[in-house]
Write a protein that binds this ligand. Structure first.
Ligand code: ADP
Ligand code: MG
Length: 244
């Protein structure tokens, strides 16, 4: 953790898992990771003591690892157990999903069994819009809604696949299979697109390599229990495997 001359001021936005505060630097936001968990567009809710601390740790570690690998993100540094500083960006309202193994909504959409490995990773785009229930979008829809240009869609896809290559190996080294995950990107003042939001077991599906045990937010969605214990185990493994 680093000391900072910055401090949080006005609450800018409160989402389902995090709060964003303005700071004395207009380019920098103060993010607080909450213990709240929601699923099915907010219909299911719980407070899971310790989740915020773990997601803050895990997200910070992954953003640091990605930076070392040459992939920049909005992440600046962790400032407390549950808080981190990030660069303020204009979030593109798209959830960029990368899938390596069939799970969740893809199993339902195409009728393949959960757990079936895809020959190549696939990228999907969902509209980040709670009122519409975050629908799947085609590239034509994205252009129609003017959420991103053709060129930007290519950039998002390329960045997402590069992140997938890195994360798949990073998790594999600690005996976790990266099944799928969701990314958000933001537009910087110079127009370029940069990785933002969070990368944690809330936003990734992670299965234990040997047992296929779910170590992610599906423990909450599917009432499996033991979510905080699973996130703690993900953190322990990532922390131990840091310099591997
Ligand atoms: P949500 O309920 O929308 O998923 P979260 O609780 O995950 O919200 O809170 C994070 C919110 O902040 C998200 O809407 C996300 O798009 C936005 N966000 C993440 N990183 C940044 C950033 N660097 N600048 C501005 N907004 C951000
Ligand atoms: Mg979110």
């Amino acid at each position: 953790m680093q000391s900072t001359h910055l401090s949080p001021s006005t609450l800018l936005y409160e989402g389902k898992a995090k709060q964003l505060f303005l700071t004395n630097d207009p380019q920098v936001l103060w993010v607080h990771y909450k213990d709240d968990a929601t699923a099915f567009n907010g219909q299911k809710f719980d407070r899971l003591l310790g989740k915020g601390v773990l997601n803050n740790l895990i997200s910070a570690q992954i953003f640091n690892d990605l930076a070392d690998f040459g992939i920049p993100s909005h992440f600046i540094n962790r400032v407390s157990d549950t808080e981190q500083l990030v660069s303020r960006v204009e979030i593109i309202p798209l959830e960029v999903v990368v899938r390596n193994v069939v799970a969740g909504s893809l199993a339902k959409r195409i009728g393949w069994a959960e757990g079936r490995r895809l020959q190549e990773p696939i990228v999907e785009f969902y509209y980040k819009n709670d009122d519409l229930g975050d629908p799947l979008l085609t590239e034509n829809h994205i252009e129609l809604l003017e959420l991103a240009t053709t060129h930007e869609i290519t950039d998002l896809r390329e960045q997402a696949l590069k992140i997938n290559d890195f994360l798949t190996k990073r998790f594999d080294k600690v005996d976790l299979q990266l099944i799928d995950f969701k990314l958000e990107f933001g537009r910087q003042s110079n127009g370029s697109l940069i990785l933002a939001d969070e990368i944690s077991p809330d936003t990734c599906r992670l299965w234990d390599r040997k047992t296929n045990e779910k170590m992610d937010k599906d423990r909450f969605r599917r009432n499996l229990g033991g979510l905080v214990e699973a996130y703690q185990e993900v953190w322990n493994r990532l922390d131990k495997g840091k310099d591997a």
